[in-house]
Design a protein around this ligand. Structure first.
Ligand SMILES: NC(=O)c1ccc[n+]([C@@H]2O[C@H](COP(=O)([O-])OP(=O)(O)OC[C@H]3O[C@@H](n4cnc5c(N)ncnc54)[C@H](O)[C@@H]3O)[C@@H](O)[C@H]2O)c1
Length: 260
């Protein structure tokens, strides 16, 4: 699919999943603005991808930084076709979280993306563009000792529907993607850097038998922004190898459980 001549903004672009999204859009011919607070990794990504990608250092929790980002993109590229809200902070002390920790987590993981949608809405409407918000299986099920991250991710799924309904009359589509366990800094740390170990741990929970690759997620984000998805809005697409189709019985019948 060709996105030649289109302009995409990807937040949280410097880490593994974000950079896979940047790469997929750049390979499809889009000009990609890779947004992150991590300047070292962001600049390395820009150097790696060349002219299809420009790194912009930006803290999405700052209104002034978002205004500067959009002014920069519109001055240099003249348009915005796609916005991918992917940035995240994972810190989550569950029931022990202070009000400050709650507000910071919700600010980065939920509110900043919503503010960026508000600020970019006119430019996106001018192109009849598309937004993809990053959800997670973490926003769909109960997990002990976590609260901040899953609450934000659950809210993103609802916010996506509200944004989709609000922006549909202006021709802007808004969808979310909900990955399962995906090879990333966090998963790599848990697996001691051993991808095969991560896949072994993921296999019982993901019927397709492994953890996701960043590009598994990137390809679905790309699809949702492409013309192939022109009649899709307000949807969440799980990219989780089947994780979320399973119930607590892990896909096994009562007979199977008794027989085991
Ligand atoms: N990795 C997984 O297994 C997994 C599973 C489900 C969903 N997701 C979702 O995928 C997305 C990417 O996750 P990841 O694992 O790559 O996370 P990550 O922590 O590896 O990367 C997040 C990126 O966001 C950037 N960031 C953080 N705060 C920022 C701010 N204020 N302004 C700008 N950039 C900021 C960080 O610098 C980092 O580069 C997230 O939305 C996450 O919820 C990931």
């Amino acid at each position: 699919m060709s996105l030649q001549g289109k302009v995409a903004i990807v937040t949280g672009a410097a880490a593994m999943l974000g950079s896979a999204i940047v790469r997929a859009f750049a390979q499809a011919g889009a000009q990609v603005l890779a947004v992150d607070i991590d300047a070292e990794r962001g600049q390395a990504l820009q150097a790696d991808l060349g002219s299809g990608c420009r790194f912009v250092a930006c803290d999405i929790a700052s209104d002034a930084a978002l205004d500067a980002l959009l002014a920069d993109v519109l001055a240099t590229e003249g348009r915005i076709d796609f916005l991918i809200n992917n940035a995240v902070v994972y810190g989550d002390s569950g029931m022990a979280a202070t009000r400050g920790e709650w507000l910071r987590a919700l600010d980065v993981n939920l509110v900043s993306g919503a503010v960026l949608v508000q600020k970019a809405a006119d430019a996106l409407a001018a192109q009849r563009g598309a937004i993809v918000n990053m959800g997670s299986v973490g926003g769909k099920f109960g997990t002990a000792n976590r609260a901040l991250y899953p609450a934000a991710k659950a809210a993103i799924l609802q916010l996506t529907r509200n944004q989709a309904a609000t922006l549909a009359p202006r021709g802007v589509r808004v969808n979310s993607v909900s990955p399962g366990w995906t090879w990333s800094d966090a998963l790599s740390r848990m697996a001691g850097g051993d991808r095969a170990h991560a896949d072994r741990m993921a296999a019982p929970l993901h019927p397709l038998g492994r953890a996701g690759d960043p590009d598994d997620v990137a390809q679905v984000v790309l699809f949702l922004c492409s013309d192939a998805a022109r009649f899709v809005t307000g949807a969440d697409i799980p990219v989780d190898g089947g994780f979320s189709m399973l119930g607590p019985d892990q896909g096994r019948s009562a007979r199977d459980w008794f027989d085991a």
